[in-house]
Ligand binder design. Sequence first.
Ligand code: ADP
Ligand code: MG
Length: 253
Amino acid sequence: MTPVISIKGVQKSFGQFQVLKDIDFEIAKGEVVCVIGPSGSGKSTFLRCINQLESVDEGIIIVNGEIAGYRRKDDKLYPLGDRAVARQRQAVGMVFQRFHLFPNKTVLENITEGPIKVQRRNGEACREEARSLLRRVGLADKAGSYPSELSGGQQQRVAIARALAMKPEAMLFDEPTSALDPELVGEVLGVMKELAKSGTTMIVVTHEIGFCREVADRVLFMDRGTIVACGTPAEILENPQNPRVKSFVSAVL
Ligand code: ADP
Ligand code: MG
């Protein structure tokens, strides 16, 4: 089966500093991959390149059969224009550590903004879908609230619903619970578990080892811009062979 996302030979530098070194990666439909690794190892940059928030220096990222950021012509790759990049970005939903909701819009408006304004879909249909997404993330009664009236956990669940409203092929999560008070982490992880169970293709950067163990099909360990190890949760978390993985895992467990 064709992978939903396929990454080949991706390199990315900021100035002299190489953040991603020759990354190869694929994720199949419905697969959940958790990404762990030390701070500064390139995890966020990895997700940001997939979502076209950063451009890559070398290599290609294929999302749903299309080469992200490029079109092929005469066997050469040419950068896409801003509009095409924006269209392609819709194929992957992203949830950030900080929720980035529009503060002056209600919860419902936050969710329908993209589908209506960007995808130009029917307003009433989008509002109906948004209500159904709010039920799914357990916030059916918050449609008319403003972000400032919600807890961090509730805001992050709205951010998840907002990303899902664009009907993405895959969801990317960048430490979605790191900014939350400990008692609010569980409600967000609960929503993510439900998404995983219902077949959503997900890449999750997280320090929640329990979540990795329970939900991930594969765990990927990144260090200094490379994928050092990739395997089942048991292989990576319970019995790591690589010494760098071993010392990281024993430190966070
Ligand atoms: P992680 O998410 O694993 O903590 P990041 O992908 O955020 O790692 O960052 C990897 C490295 O790249 C870090 O050293 C960081 O300082 C650097 N970096 C990230 N974004 C930028 C940027 N926009 N400009 C310069 N350096 C950056
Ligand atoms: Mg990061």
